[in-house]
Design a protein around this ligand. Structure first.
Ligand code: NDP
Length: 452
């Protein structure tokens, strides 16, 4: 049977674009890709990239303050949101252009429209065009989820945060995950009066407990009004803004309320269930270790599969899919020891097991140091950083590393290489410190803080 394409990719985000490019340019496949919004997907258009640029923008406030202690005569002046927003969107448009050009240069045919699955080998575009493909790759990502309650339609999500007409004076952020904590710090840094509600006892559930506590303390001392054990009951539009009634009596009125209460896979109306593709409870595409769905010709990668929802993971899944299907080399994407960073102020970088997870599995030693770093100590700030290693008592391997510090994202990338290679605590100890740095603590912690 002959098909219009060897591969039809639905979704032009990190995973879909990587798979399409590799299949076309390296495997010589005839590839098409459909994207209904802007090329680049969540990461480039409304996620990692614009978020990180906002993190950079928000970092100037403390830097201006510290500069005075270092002898500089500086006045910070006002932050001009509209100038920043113009520059931000110019950058996103530039990146979108690069993504589109690279796909075109790789020989991928692009359809700037929505595509849905009709059957195991057929897709239909929104304009009615129908194409057949030997393989279909679903890489449609996810979208923010907002729970239903009275007034929930008044909430914005992270999608809208990059498009605000003006910075709010006062805002509420609901949620305690990556996105809520990152935006709380960003907006606080930009001078917005930020309140954050989290329904549980401590933000960043799933991360190392000590690290979560450390981040929460630093967020609070940095100026975020964090209320844990608190949720929204209802919201109402008033002449003064959005009046919020809470479960704990922290009722107030805000200019903007942002919900960051998780993300759902983008499978609604995609025709997947009708084509026989098994979906999970949240609507995620159920795949095997090779990203193959219950319909053998249909694969899925990235957030739509709800495995580890991070851009670099989606990219690896896309590449492994091409290895498996187009090069005949069955390849499982490696989901073990994936490092990540939460871009709070300060950042949290993490790889491997948390202390709590490790303790459940085997006897461990915990090495942990919290201290005031030189740069901000000099400026009179109370900031504290945390360096933490979890070590197996039996194999001596470092099972987990957790860093809360400025630029922890950069540090954890390097620690992750050693840990992925199976480094032991003694390997860390044999490494001579780089002085004076914060991360030298990782190779100089001699005595366990706890043994469990
Ligand atoms: P998360 O799943 O990380 O966090 C969701 C938060 O919302 C949790 O605190 C959760 O509470 C809370 N929540 C869920 N449902 C409700 C509800 N009905 N009412 C009140 N609170 C609720 O989602 P995010 O949206 O923050 O991020 C989505 C994913 O995006 C992340 O998991 C991550 O993979 C990715 N991401 C990665 C980033 C990075 O690498 N730096 C940055 C941003 C996103 P509870 O803990 O009680 O369940």
């Amino acid at each position: 049977m002959s098909f219009d394409y060897d591969l039809f990719v639905i979704g032009g985000g990190s995973g879909g674009v990587r798979a399409a490019r590799l299949a076309s340019s390296e495997a010589g496949a005839k590839v098409a890709l459909a994207e209904e919004y802007r090329m680049g997907g969540t990461c480039v258009i409304r996620g990692c990239v614009p978020k990180k640029l906002m993190v950079f923008a928000s970092g100037y406030t403390p830097a201006f303050e510290d500069a005075r202690a270092y002898g500089w005569d500086v006045t910070s002046g006002a932050f001009d949101w509209s100038r920043f927003k113009t520059n931000l969107h110019a950058e996103l448009t530039r990146l979108e252009g690069i993504y589109t050009r690279n796909l075109g240069n790789a020989g991928v045919e692009i359809f700037h429209t929505r595509a849905v699955v009709k059957d195991a080998h057929t897709v239909e575009l929104a304009n009615g065009q129908v194409f057949t493909a030997k393989h279909i790759l679903v890489a449609t990502g996810g979208r923010p989820f907002v729970p239903e309650f009275p007034g929930s339609d008044l909430a914005v999500t992270s999608n809208e945060m990059f498009l605000l007409d003006a910075l709010p004076k006062k805002m509420l952020i609901v949620g305690g995950g990556f996105i809520a904590c990152e935006f709380a710090c960003i907006m606080n840094g930009l001078g917005v009066d930020v309140t954050q509600f989290y329904r549980g006892a401590q933000v960043l559930r799933g991360f190392d407990d000590e690290a979560r506590g450390h981040v929460a303390d630093q967020m609070t001392s940095g100026g975020v009004n964090l209320h844990v054990g608190t949720d929204v009951v209802s919201m109402k539009k008033t002449p003064d803004g959005i009046a919020v009634k809470s479960t704990t009596g922290h009722d107030d009125t805000y200019d903007v309320v942002m919900y960051a209460t998780g993300r759902n896979p983008n499978t609604d109306g995609l025709g997947l269930a009708e084509a026989g593709v098994k979906l999970g409870r949240k609507g995620e595409v159920v795949v095997d270790d090779y990203s193959q769905t219950s319909v053998p010709s249909i694969y899925a990668v990235g957030d739509v599969t709800d495995r580890i929802n991070l851009t670099p993971v989606a990219i690896r899944e896309g590449a492994a899919f091409v290895e498996t299907v187009f090069h005949g080399r069955p390849t499982k994407p490696d989901h073990d020891l994936v490092a990540s960073a939460v871009f709070t102020q300060p950042e949290l970088g993490t790889v491997g097991l948390t202390e709590e997870e490790a303790r459940e599995r085997e006897p461990i030693e915990v090495y942990s140091a919290a201290f005031r770093p030189m740069q901000t100590l000099f400026a009179g700030r109370e900031d504290r950083v945390l360096m933490k290693l979890i070590v197996s008592r039996e194999t001596r391997k470092v099972l987990g590393c957790h860093i809360v510090a400025p630029n922890a994202g950069e540090m954890i990338q390097l620690a992750a290489i050693a840990i992925k290679m199976g480094a032991t605590k003694e390997d860390f100890d044999r490494t001579v410190a780089v002085h004076p740095t914060m991360s030298e603590e990782l190779v100089t912690m001699k005595t366990p803080t706890r043994v469990a």
